[in-house]
Design a binder for this molecule. Sequence first.
Ligand code: B12
Length: 206
Amino acid sequence: MNQTIATAVEEGNLYEIEDLVNGALAKGEAPKELLEAMMAGLKACGDRFEKGEYFLPELMGAGDAFKAGMGVLAPKLRAGDQVSQGKVVLGTVHGDVHDIGKNLVGFMLSSAGFTVVDIGVDVSTEGFVRAVQEHEPQVLGMSALLTTTMLGMEGVIAALKKEGLRDRVKVIIGGGPVSKKYAEDIGADAYGNDAAQAVNLVKGLL
Ligand code: B12
């Protein structure tokens, strides 16, 4: 793994990350491995936050550095042009502003040929319902990174039922605190552990 890039993300080195990623690409390092290094950096930052060594500004710095690195990597990771395989609406649930994982899921899905409608972060229950009504996706994906906000997913599923939309859309969920069991408990159709798995999940549901 490219430890320099992992450390640059972990330490929120926003000013050097692009040059580091460009330099590694120029040396022939694989984009997928550089993405893994950046993800390891985020994880390390989260671990230090958990231990009380890092605080909110460091989390924000790591998130920003990840996004800047992704700006360089994304075009290299993207597959060739494909015909749309179906439509997926993606959002992060109410009260939650974490979007790096959701964006990665969206990126992988669009690279695999799906049309992705990203409705952003801190999306209310009504916001999810409206998006399903408006965009008529085959799949709705919800992301949550906080144990508190993941509870909102159940409300969205209940609201979809209430509006008579539940049978028209498959619901997949993901994010750090979410699990397969939680997906089963709240009546989601599937749980995805990572962005690559999300592609297989969606393919399997259509
Ligand atoms: C960066 C970060 C932030 C940034 C977010 C920037 C951004 N634009 O996203 C900022 C600084 C804003 C932030 C804020 C907070 N954070 Co924060 N954050 C993180 C951190 C370090 C990384 C998250 C991340 O991007 N991971 C990398 C991505 C790629 O992984 P991922 O999100 O898990 O996504 C993957 C899978 O889960 C899956 N997936 C995700 N979504 C979906 C959806 C579907 C449909 C599918 C199929 C799959 C899928 O695929 C993704 C790609 O492989 C984590 C630590 C960690 N280890 O995760 C803490 C972490 C999530 N944060 C935490 C906390 C506590 C907070 C704050 C409450 C801190 C505070 N005191 O204010 C606030 C809450 C703000 C809010 N209301 O949302 C805790 C959560 C604890 C908990 N279990 O509830 C963590 C775990 C840190 C820790 N170890 O304590 N944070």
